[in-house]
Structure formats: C-alpha cells, structure tokens
Design a binder for this molecule. Structure first.
Ligand code: GDP
Length: 528
C-alpha cells in the first residue's frame, strides 16, 4: 500500500505556457512519448481529429488552427506521475487558460528561439507569477537559425524580471546545431539526425575540458562552447532550487521539440526540481496535500463531452487525501453530499474510470450542472478554496434565437455554457434579454456553432452597444440597493444571480464610479 506522503511526493502537476506556434503541441507529444503513454507521435493530433469528427464547433478550431478545449494528460516516467494540463493557446480563450493555471504546481514556458518572449508568453507568465508558480524555460527550434542564446537569456531576465540560469547550453544552431551540453549533469548530448522518436542518450563527460568533446565535435564549436559556457557561468547565477521553487529563478533548457531533442533533459528537470503538490489556500485555512481527509476543487467545466449524454464533466483537482471511487464528498456550496460513482481519469489516450486518485491528480466528475467553477468538495469540513477568479468580459453581444419560439432552449444553452465558463451570460433586468460576454471575438463564433449543434438552436449574435460589465459590491447593502433601484436599465444578473452593471462606454463606467464612490465596480469575481 503506497503511503499518502509518497504519492504526493512523486506527483508533478504542470502546464505548458507559450505563444501560439512556439511548439507547445509538438512538445506535448514528445513528452507523452516518454511515459509510453502513446506509441506514436501524432496521437495527440489524432485524438483531436476524432473529437473534431464528433462536434461541429471543432471546425472553427480546425479552420483557425487553434486548440480550444484544454485537457489533462496523465503519464508515468522515472517513477513519477506527471499530470500535464493542456491550455488553449489562442488569446481569445485566455480565461480557460487562467483557470487551468490555478490547478498546476509548475509550468514549462516554451519560447521560439527566433522570436523570444512574445505577447501571449508574457501574459501567461504574469498569471503564473500571481501564484508564484515555478517556471522551467524551454528554448525551442534550435535546429533553425535563432537568436543568440545570451540575448535570449537576457530577454527572459529583463522582460519577466526573473533570474535565469542555463541548465544546458546549445552547441551551434540551425544547420550547425550539434546538440547541447548539459550543465547540471556534465553530459554531452548530441543530435541524432533522422531519429526523432528516440532521444539520444547523453555522453558522460568529465567537465567541459574532457578531451571527448574534442573528439566528438568540430574544433571551432568546442572552442565556442567552452568560451560561451565560461561566460554564461560568469554572468548568470548558479541554479538555486529554493529560488526556483519560489518562482524567482528559471532554469533554461535549449532544444528542438520537433527533433525530440532536449526534451528528456527538460522532463528530468521537471521531475527533479519542480515541486510536488503544493498547499492549497482556502478562505478558512491552508490545505496541506498530506492531510488524510480528501479535499478538491473544480477549476473547469466541460459541457457535452459525450454527445450521447447531455451531461457535463467537472475537472477537479485533488488538494489533499487519498480519493477512492464511491466515496461521499460534501459539495460545500450547496451543503449536499455527493457520491463519487463514476469519477474519470484522463489518460493520454483515453478516459477511464478512476478507482483512486492522489493530491495533484485531476479527475473528471460527471454531473448535471450542480458543480461550478471554484466549488470545493471535502469530507465534511466547510472549506472554500481561493484564487479562481472570473474576469469581466471585454466584448458583449446580444444573442437571439433565429426562431423566437426557441427562447427557452436558448436560455438553457446559454446558462449551461456560462456554467462551463465558456462565456459570461447576463440576463438584463428589463426585457430579460441574454447578453453574452467573452474575452475574445472568436468565442462568439464558437458559441454560435455550439448552441446550434449541441442544443439545436440556431442563433444570431448582434451588437448590444455595450462596453464592459462590472460586478457590484458595497459595504452598505442600502447603498447597493439604492444604486440598483436607480439603474434598472443598466443592470443584469449573471448566472449566479449576482448583479452586474453594463457600461455603454468608458465614460459611462468612469462617470458611474465617480458618482457612486461607496460602490465597488469589480472587474473580477471570486466565487462565493
Ligand atoms: P503550438 O501552436 O505552440 O502548439 O505549436 P506547434 O507545436 O503546433 O508548432 C508550430 C510549428 O512549429 C509547427 O509547424 C511545428 O512543426 C513547428 N515546430 C515545433 N517544434 C519545432 C522545432 O523544434 N523545430 C522546428 N524547425 N519547427 C518546430
């Protein structure tokens, strides 16, 4: 019987953050190969294809070449269990990504060697920083001409205000790329051309002065390597595990995901240095993973994963305890007990019933809408996990059914999608119209497609003349009521029934804030 402490210790729950095209999908495939989770590179895509065949809205995804739905992949390697949480890369879907990042203990940041830090890398990094998530950096595409490694290290340090330390050093680049020198284990790792499903074994060296280097590499490259590493060691601080775990230092690996080069070293880095599940903050207290009692929280909802059943899967991260199938957990928001009959485990290739799970693991709980993002499950204690915010949408449109008789069906669809977190849905006080809010314009297309295919309601989205939405709060309930009474025409309710102010433009928002100083107009909302 494995002990709870051991199981916690061997878990690594992480995500990959990157700008689109940096190589996240390619790297994910290669990482899965190590776990033997899939035999063939390309299986990630193949699985995507199968899903696409099922649902029309995936066409949008396919056409735009972006991945909308995030998923979880669990695999074993080196005696560890890795839970890799996939995040949608396109900026239109950033809210889902943000929430997913609340469920990881570390992240791998992929950077294209030719492009350096890009807009989306930076945004996602900032989200990680909010929770001091430790970051391992992977500079990708070394098989192409890229920027000078010193320049890249400097850019990471400057733009992200992080200490950087190279974990490996590239030998040449582009056509001349020969491999990397592993600075942590004093290993030389050479590229094996034409063999990108099996990574090269390293060649153990006795430091950089080892004559083996001179035998194996062209003289000019060896000289360059020695000079550069000496310089890098002089310029960069040494790897400091504590600083990394506190999120102030990132080790940088160089490689090429496409050629499966540097990927094993990266994975070893995650295995050796990335933290096992961390304590989870809750309103009442901090939850330690090694506590005997099970606690968990919902960070994502996916509706209609199985088109045959109109059910939803809540993605739940275990914060503590040894979870077993069939156990009863308290759904703290409603106070009701729920029996975990059919929890699902997400293996790289498939989903299967989870007989047990440990802290850091992600399980899927099928349900009919009672579980919402941010909800906490426990063995009885009233705990409310913190830090899973909702963001005010930046784009708002009115949605109507093409057939007015289908208003009821539309309501159901919109409410479900809002609970899934795919969009914000606001019902206006006057006229009971549905206003849908999203972070990126592309989401409207995806939503229209999903409402049509999954709920059989053709809809149109149209401009609503709205700028943004703000949740309302005030210390004095009378003040809040006064405001609500005076602004019926600008008010709506979100799917939790909380009041929301709909601003027509920037001026309207600012003016309201100035006129009602005791009222708080909030751009984010934490679940109650
Ligand atoms: P994502 O958008 O971050 O998921 O990026 P992908 O993994 O889909 O990669 C984007 C493009 O870069 C694809 O055409 C990949 O084949 C290519 N790519 C990924 N890794 C490498 C690499 O190491 N070298 C080169 N030359 N191309 C790569």
């Amino acid at each position: 019987m494995p002990s709870l402490a051991e199981e916690v210790d061997r878990r690594r729950t992480f995500a990959i953050i990157s700008h689109p095209d940096a190589g996240k999908t390619t790297l994910t495939e290669k990482l899965l190969l190590f776990g033997g989770a899939i035999q063939l590179a390309g299986a990630v895509k193949a699985r995507g294809e199968r899903r696409r065949a099922r649902s029309d809205w995936m066409k949008v995804e396919q056409e735009r070449g972006i991945s909308v739905a995030s998923s979880v992949m669990t695999y074993e390697y080196l005696g560890r269990t890795f839970n890799l949480l996939d995040t949608p890369g396109h900026e239109d879907f950033s809210e889902d990504t943000y929430r997913t990042l609340t469920a990881v203990d570390s992240a791998v940041m992929v950077i294209d060697a030719a492009k350096g830090i890009e807009a989306q890398t930076r945004k996602l990094f900032e989200v990680c920083r909010l929770r001091d998530v430790p970051i391992v950096t992977f500079v990708n595409k070394l098989d192409r001409e890229g920027r000078d490694p010193f320049e890249l290290l400097d850019e990471v340090e400057q733009t992200l205000a992080l200490d950087v330390t190279p974990a490996s050093w590239p030998i040449g680049m582009g056509q001349r790329f020969k491999g990397c020198y592993d600075l942590i284990h004093d290993r030389l790792i050479l590229v094996e051309r034409g063999n990108n499903d099996r990574p090269a074994e390293g060649i153990q060296c006795n430091g950089l002065d080892d004559p083996k280097l001179d035998e194996l590499l062209p003289a000019d490259l060896v000289t360059e390597l020695r000079e550069q590493v000496e310089m890098a060691r002089g310029l960069c601080p040494e790897f400091d595990l504590e600083a990394f775990r506190q999120g102030t230092m990132t080790p940088v690996y160089f490689g090429s995901a496409l050629n499966n080069f540097g990927v094993r070293e990266l994975l070893e880095g995650v295995a050796d240095y990335a933290p096992s599940p961390r304590p989870q903050p809750a309103v009442e207290r901090s939850i330690s993973p090694a506590e005997d009692k099970v606690s968990a929280f919902v960070f994502k909802i996916q509706a209609n994963m199985d088109p045959k059943h109109r059910d939803r899967i809540a993605f739940v991260r275990l914060s503590s305890g040894h979870f077993k199938r069939g156990m009863k957990l308290k759904h703290v928001r409603s106070g009701k007990m729920m029996t975990m009959h059919n929890p699902v485990l997400f293996l790289a290739r498939d989903r299967e019933v989870a007989e047990e799970a440990w802290p850091g693991d992600i399980i899927g709980i099928p349900n009919h809408g009672n579980l919402r993002i941010g909800d906490t499950l426990t063995e009885g204690e009233d705990l409310h996990v913190k830090g899973i915010p909702s963001f005010a949408p930046e784009l708002l449109q009115r949605v109507r059914p093409t057939d007015p008789m289908k208003m009821k069906h539309l309501s159901r669809a919109v409410e479900q999608l809002a609970e899934e977190g795919a969009a914000k849905a606001f019902k206006t006080r006057l006229g009971s119209q549905w206003i849908v809010g999203v972070v990126g314009a592309l989401q409207f297309e995806v939503l229209a497609d999903r409402i049509r295919t999954e709920y059989d309601v053709p809809v149109t989205f149209e401009t609503a003349g709205l700028h943004t939405a703000r949740w309302l709060a005030a210390d004095d309930p009378a003040e809040l009521k006064k405001f609500i009474d005076a602004h019926q025409g600008d008010l709506a309710e979100d799917h939790d029934g909380d009041p929301v102010f709909l601003a027509r433009n920037g001026w309207h928002l600012n003016h309201t804030a100035e006129t009602w100083p005791k009222l708080r107009l909030l751009a984010t909302k934490e679940p109650a």
